[in-house]
Design a protein around this ligand. Structure first.
Ligand code: ATP
Length: 285
């Protein structure tokens, strides 16, 4: 029997880099919310103990480098399961875009295997396993709205953003997160007002949210990829109420309150950049 899981993208509403740790990781503080742009992950039981993975995207590896494959290995090891699975991924989330697509596929595989093999693990247990696969995987296990600390893997539930439309604009480049962090000089960063963003979401204050969102990695990504900065400027000119880059880029996130405005901006951005989407947070509490 085939089993299906949605793997939603995440967007950042803030991203701060607090410093570099002795283990080489950067200490971060970031606010993320899951949105209704999602990969489709299908799981098919396989005879034997094999794991197979395939994704319909040329930039995604169909082998043990795939984060979904790593998630299946980690899950099987943790619960000592000698069964096989074939993972098929329909990629709808742009790859290397700052939208956490690979992490979300990994999280979806763990949620799905938990059901397929009736393991009964809690989401907290799955998040613990996920932390060993990638910093964003624990967030993606819950796919709600959260503050990620440590190197992003420690997640603390937050109030969702006030109802609004989120425009995602992605230039035709892929960015490797590692490269951006290698170029971080912590003394040069502009820090977002994380606490104000959290308050704005608790108060459901859209204007306050928009005036406080920010991403400390923007200056680093902008200096290496000036087209991302140009895209951000274009989105401000187009009338988005709040704008920031997601993750290490290149996707730029614009917030607006009304759908009519979102559609107008969407139409203006198409042709200017590779891919544009209008999405919403899926976290409705
Ligand atoms: P991050 O900010 O965590 O780097 P991202 O959204 O920018 O996330 P992803 O799309 O998750 O980037 O993928 C980044 C890299 O991971 C790519 O080089 C890709 O080949 C590899 N990868 C491995 N598994 C997957 C997967 N299931 N989906 C997408 N990319 C994957």
């Amino acid at each position: 029997m085939v089993l299906y899981e949605r793997a939603p993208a995440k967007v950042n509403l803030s991203l701060d880099v607090l410093g570099k740790r002795d283990d080489g990781f950067h200490e971060v503080e970031m606010i993320m919310t899951a949105v209704d742009l999602a990969d489709r992950v299908e799981l098919y039981p396989l005879d034997g103990n094999r794991i197979e993975v395939s994704a319909d995207n040329q930039y995604v590896p169909n082998d043990e480098r795939n984060l979904a494959y790593k998630a299946a290995v980690a899950f099987k090891n943790k619960y000592r399961i000698n069964k096989g699975v074939r993972i098929e991924i329909e990629k709808n989330i742009p790859v290397s875009a700052g939208l956490g697509g690979g992490s979300s596929d990994a999280a979806a595989v763990m949620r799905g295997l938990n059901r397929m093999w009736s393991v009964g693990a809690s989401l907290d247990e799955l998040a613990n396993i996920g932390a060993g696969i990638g910093s964003d995987v624990p967030f993606c296990i819950y796919s709600n709205t959260a503050l990620g600390t440590g190197h992003g893997e420690k997640v603390h539930r937050l109030a969702p953003p006030p109802p609004c439309y989120i425009i995602l604009a992605k230039p035709d480049i892929g960015i490797t997160t590692r490269v951006i962090f290698q170029n971080v000089n912590t003394a040069d960063l502009t820090h977002p007002k994380t606490e104000q963003v959290i308050q704005a979401m608790e108060e459901k204050n859209f204007e306050k949210l928009c005036s406080n969102i920010g991403n400390a990695l923007e200056s680093v990504t902008f200096s290496l990829y000036p087209e991302v900065q140009r895209l951000k400027e274009k989105m401000i000119q187009a009338g988005t109420t709040g704008v920031l880059m997601s993750g290490s880029g290149p996707t730029v996130v614009g917030l607006v309150e009304h759908l009519s405005k979102a559609k107008r901006i969407y139409n203006g951005l198409r042709g200017f950049c590779d891919e544009v989407y209008i999405v919403q947070s899926i976290d409705r509490r």
